[in-house]
Design a protein around this ligand. Structure first.
Ligand SMILES: Cc1cc2nc3c(=O)[nH]c(=O)nc-3n(C[C@H](O)[C@H](O)[C@H](O)COP(=O)(O)O)c2cc1C
Length: 218
Protein backbone atom coordinates (compact mmCIF):
# COMPACT_ATOMS: atom_id res chain seq x y z
CA UNK A 1 0.00 0.00 0.00
CA UNK A 2 1.44 3.36 -1.08
CA UNK A 3 0.54 6.65 0.55
CA UNK A 4 1.68 9.88 -1.08
CA UNK A 5 1.45 13.15 0.85
CA UNK A 6 1.66 16.42 -1.04
CA UNK A 7 2.55 19.47 1.02
CA UNK A 8 1.54 22.91 -0.26
CA UNK A 9 3.40 25.18 2.16
CA UNK A 10 6.23 27.31 0.77
CA UNK A 11 8.01 27.20 4.17
CA UNK A 12 9.84 23.88 3.83
CA UNK A 13 11.09 22.51 7.16
CA UNK A 14 9.48 25.46 9.04
CA UNK A 15 6.02 24.44 7.81
CA UNK A 16 3.65 23.45 10.60
CA UNK A 17 1.42 21.75 8.03
CA UNK A 18 4.30 19.56 6.91
CA UNK A 19 5.19 18.73 10.54
CA UNK A 20 1.64 17.45 11.04
CA UNK A 21 1.84 15.43 7.84
CA UNK A 22 5.06 13.83 9.09
CA UNK A 23 3.14 12.57 12.14
CA UNK A 24 0.40 11.20 9.88
CA UNK A 25 2.92 9.46 7.61
CA UNK A 26 4.90 8.02 10.53
CA UNK A 27 1.71 6.40 11.82
CA UNK A 28 0.80 5.10 8.35
CA UNK A 29 4.32 3.68 7.95
CA UNK A 30 4.01 1.98 11.34
CA UNK A 31 0.84 0.33 10.04
CA UNK A 32 2.74 -1.08 7.06
CA UNK A 33 2.24 1.56 4.36
CA UNK A 34 4.99 2.70 2.03
CA UNK A 35 4.99 6.49 2.39
CA UNK A 36 6.32 9.38 0.33
CA UNK A 37 6.21 13.14 0.80
CA UNK A 38 6.33 15.71 -2.00
CA UNK A 39 7.14 19.30 -0.99
CA UNK A 40 5.49 21.59 -3.52
CA UNK A 41 7.52 24.47 -2.13
CA UNK A 42 10.59 22.89 -3.73
CA UNK A 43 8.89 21.84 -6.99
CA UNK A 44 8.78 23.68 -10.30
CA UNK A 45 5.20 23.51 -11.52
CA UNK A 46 3.92 25.74 -14.30
CA UNK A 47 0.39 27.07 -14.45
CA UNK A 48 -2.17 25.16 -16.50
CA UNK A 49 -2.40 26.96 -19.86
CA UNK A 50 -5.79 25.48 -20.79
CA UNK A 51 -4.25 24.14 -24.00
CA UNK A 52 -6.21 20.87 -23.55
CA UNK A 53 -3.21 18.73 -24.59
CA UNK A 54 -3.98 16.40 -21.62
CA UNK A 55 -7.47 15.76 -23.04
CA UNK A 56 -6.16 14.95 -26.51
CA UNK A 57 -3.15 12.80 -25.54
CA UNK A 58 -1.37 11.36 -22.51
CA UNK A 59 0.99 14.29 -21.89
CA UNK A 60 0.66 17.79 -20.54
CA UNK A 61 2.28 20.36 -22.82
CA UNK A 62 4.40 21.28 -19.76
CA UNK A 63 5.40 17.70 -18.95
CA UNK A 64 9.08 18.61 -18.68
CA UNK A 65 8.51 20.36 -15.33
CA UNK A 66 7.92 18.62 -11.97
CA UNK A 67 4.12 18.52 -12.35
CA UNK A 68 4.02 15.49 -14.65
CA UNK A 69 6.09 13.36 -12.26
CA UNK A 70 3.89 14.27 -9.29
CA UNK A 71 0.76 13.37 -11.25
CA UNK A 72 2.35 10.01 -12.13
CA UNK A 73 3.02 9.39 -8.43
CA UNK A 74 -0.63 10.21 -7.67
CA UNK A 75 -1.67 7.59 -10.22
CA UNK A 76 0.58 5.00 -8.53
CA UNK A 77 -0.58 5.74 -4.96
CA UNK A 78 -3.41 4.04 -3.07
CA UNK A 79 -3.82 6.95 -0.69
CA UNK A 80 -3.13 10.66 -1.20
CA UNK A 81 -2.87 13.28 1.52
CA UNK A 82 -3.36 16.85 0.34
CA UNK A 83 -1.85 19.17 2.93
CA UNK A 84 -1.98 22.94 2.79
CA UNK A 85 -1.86 25.99 4.99
CA UNK A 86 -4.99 28.11 4.71
CA UNK A 87 -4.25 31.19 2.61
CA UNK A 88 -7.19 33.58 2.33
CA UNK A 89 -9.62 30.74 3.08
CA UNK A 90 -8.14 28.57 0.31
CA UNK A 91 -5.24 26.22 -0.39
CA UNK A 92 -1.93 27.87 -1.26
CA UNK A 93 -1.13 28.87 -4.83
CA UNK A 94 1.39 26.01 -4.91
CA UNK A 95 -1.35 23.45 -4.21
CA UNK A 96 -3.90 25.08 -6.50
CA UNK A 97 -1.37 25.20 -9.33
CA UNK A 98 -0.82 21.45 -9.02
CA UNK A 99 -4.54 20.67 -8.82
CA UNK A 100 -5.27 22.85 -11.86
CA UNK A 101 -2.92 20.55 -13.76
CA UNK A 102 -5.22 17.58 -13.02
CA UNK A 103 -8.12 18.50 -15.28
CA UNK A 104 -7.67 15.10 -17.00
CA UNK A 105 -8.11 13.39 -13.61
CA UNK A 106 -11.45 15.19 -13.25
CA UNK A 107 -12.70 14.32 -16.76
CA UNK A 108 -11.75 10.66 -16.37
CA UNK A 109 -12.24 10.26 -12.60
CA UNK A 110 -8.67 8.94 -12.58
CA UNK A 111 -8.50 8.63 -8.80
CA UNK A 112 -11.30 6.03 -8.75
CA UNK A 113 -10.58 3.38 -6.10
CA UNK A 114 -8.13 5.64 -4.25
CA UNK A 115 -8.46 7.31 -0.86
CA UNK A 116 -7.79 10.94 -0.04
CA UNK A 117 -7.26 12.79 3.23
CA UNK A 118 -6.62 16.46 3.96
CA UNK A 119 -4.45 18.33 6.45
CA UNK A 120 -4.83 22.07 6.87
CA UNK A 121 -3.36 24.57 9.31
CA UNK A 122 -4.30 28.18 9.82
CA UNK A 123 -3.51 31.12 12.04
CA UNK A 124 -7.12 31.93 12.84
CA UNK A 125 -8.69 28.48 12.91
CA UNK A 126 -10.69 28.94 9.72
CA UNK A 127 -9.90 25.88 7.65
CA UNK A 128 -13.49 24.78 6.93
CA UNK A 129 -13.71 26.24 3.41
CA UNK A 130 -10.27 24.86 2.49
CA UNK A 131 -11.15 21.41 3.81
CA UNK A 132 -14.50 21.48 1.96
CA UNK A 133 -12.65 22.37 -1.24
CA UNK A 134 -10.20 19.45 -0.81
CA UNK A 135 -12.99 17.00 -0.01
CA UNK A 136 -14.94 18.17 -3.04
CA UNK A 137 -11.81 17.79 -5.18
CA UNK A 138 -11.31 14.19 -3.99
CA UNK A 139 -14.82 13.17 -4.95
CA UNK A 140 -14.56 15.07 -8.25
CA UNK A 141 -11.61 12.89 -9.28
CA UNK A 142 -13.46 9.74 -8.18
CA UNK A 143 -11.80 9.08 -4.80
CA UNK A 144 -13.23 8.41 -1.37
CA UNK A 145 -12.36 11.04 1.25
CA UNK A 146 -11.26 9.29 4.45
CA UNK A 147 -11.08 12.34 6.70
CA UNK A 148 -9.14 15.44 7.62
CA UNK A 149 -7.26 17.34 10.29
CA UNK A 150 -7.77 21.09 10.49
CA UNK A 151 -5.42 22.63 13.07
CA UNK A 152 -4.81 26.12 14.35
CA UNK A 153 -1.21 27.11 15.02
CA UNK A 154 0.58 26.89 17.39
CA UNK A 155 0.12 23.15 17.19
CA UNK A 156 -0.55 21.16 20.35
CA UNK A 157 -0.57 17.50 21.37
CA UNK A 158 -4.21 17.09 20.33
CA UNK A 159 -3.33 18.12 16.76
CA UNK A 160 -0.55 15.53 16.53
CA UNK A 161 -2.83 12.87 17.98
CA UNK A 162 -5.47 13.76 15.38
CA UNK A 163 -2.86 13.54 12.58
CA UNK A 164 -1.72 10.11 13.79
CA UNK A 165 -5.35 8.95 14.02
CA UNK A 166 -5.96 10.15 10.47
CA UNK A 167 -2.91 8.19 9.28
CA UNK A 168 -4.31 5.05 10.89
CA UNK A 169 -7.82 5.71 9.52
CA UNK A 170 -6.46 6.21 6.00
CA UNK A 171 -4.54 2.92 6.10
CA UNK A 172 -7.64 1.12 7.45
CA UNK A 173 -9.93 2.64 4.79
CA UNK A 174 -7.56 1.52 2.01
CA UNK A 175 -7.20 -1.99 3.49
CA UNK A 176 -10.97 -2.42 3.96
CA UNK A 177 -11.88 -0.67 0.69
CA UNK A 178 -14.27 1.40 2.78
CA UNK A 179 -17.03 3.26 0.94
CA UNK A 180 -19.05 6.24 2.14
CA UNK A 181 -22.54 6.05 0.54
CA UNK A 182 -22.90 9.84 0.10
CA UNK A 183 -19.54 9.97 -1.68
CA UNK A 184 -20.39 6.96 -3.85
CA UNK A 185 -23.56 8.81 -4.85
CA UNK A 186 -21.66 12.04 -5.62
CA UNK A 187 -19.12 10.09 -7.72
CA UNK A 188 -21.98 8.42 -9.63
CA UNK A 189 -23.40 11.86 -10.41
CA UNK A 190 -19.97 12.98 -11.61
CA UNK A 191 -19.77 9.93 -13.90
CA UNK A 192 -23.20 10.70 -15.37
CA UNK A 193 -22.32 14.36 -15.95
CA UNK A 194 -18.94 13.68 -17.55
CA UNK A 195 -20.28 10.77 -19.59
CA UNK A 196 -22.40 13.25 -21.54
CA UNK A 197 -19.55 15.75 -21.89
CA UNK A 198 -16.97 13.15 -23.02
CA UNK A 199 -19.39 11.69 -25.61
CA UNK A 200 -20.21 15.18 -26.90
CA UNK A 201 -16.51 16.20 -27.07
CA UNK A 202 -15.16 12.91 -28.45
CA UNK A 203 -13.53 14.53 -31.49
CA UNK A 204 -11.85 17.21 -29.37
CA UNK A 205 -10.75 14.94 -26.52
CA UNK A 206 -9.86 11.61 -28.24
CA UNK A 207 -7.52 10.44 -25.46
CA UNK A 208 -10.20 10.83 -22.82
CA UNK A 209 -12.91 9.36 -25.05
CA UNK A 210 -10.67 6.31 -25.57
CA UNK A 211 -10.08 6.03 -21.80
CA UNK A 212 -13.83 6.03 -21.11
CA UNK A 213 -14.30 3.37 -23.80
CA UNK A 214 -11.59 1.14 -22.34
CA UNK A 215 -13.21 1.47 -18.92
CA UNK A 216 -16.54 0.38 -20.42
CA UNK A 217 -18.16 3.56 -19.11
CA UNK A 218 -19.48 4.66 -22.52
C1 LIG B 1 -0.56 34.75 2.45
C2 LIG B 1 -1.13 34.17 3.72
C3 LIG B 1 -2.49 34.07 3.87
C4 LIG B 1 -3.05 33.53 5.02
N1 LIG B 1 -4.42 33.44 5.14
C5 LIG B 1 -4.97 32.95 6.26
C6 LIG B 1 -6.39 32.87 6.41
O1 LIG B 1 -7.16 33.21 5.52
N2 LIG B 1 -6.89 32.38 7.57
C7 LIG B 1 -6.08 31.96 8.58
O2 LIG B 1 -6.60 31.56 9.62
N3 LIG B 1 -4.72 31.99 8.47
C8 LIG B 1 -4.15 32.48 7.34
N4 LIG B 1 -2.78 32.51 7.22
C9 LIG B 1 -1.92 31.90 8.25
C10 LIG B 1 -1.48 30.50 7.84
O3 LIG B 1 -2.57 29.71 7.42
C11 LIG B 1 -0.82 29.76 9.03
O4 LIG B 1 0.26 30.51 9.52
C12 LIG B 1 -0.38 28.36 8.63
O5 LIG B 1 -0.30 27.54 9.77
C13 LIG B 1 0.97 28.33 7.91
O6 LIG B 1 1.28 27.00 7.56
P1 LIG B 1 2.78 26.49 7.31
O7 LIG B 1 3.52 26.66 8.61
O8 LIG B 1 2.59 25.07 6.94
O9 LIG B 1 3.37 27.33 6.20
C14 LIG B 1 -2.20 33.07 6.06
C15 LIG B 1 -0.80 33.17 5.90
C16 LIG B 1 -0.26 33.72 4.74
C17 LIG B 1 1.24 33.81 4.58
Amino acid sequence: MKILAIGGSPRGSKSQTHVLVEALLAEAKGKGAEVEFVDLGKAQIGFCRACEACHRGPHCALHNDDGGGILERMLEADGIVLASPVYLDQVTAQMKTLLDRTSHFVHCLRMTGKYFAAVTTSGGGGGEATTAFLKRYAVTVGAQFAGNVDARVPLGDANFAAARALGAALVAAIAEKKLWPDQVHAIDEQLQRFGHIIAFRKDHWPFEYQYWHEKGWL
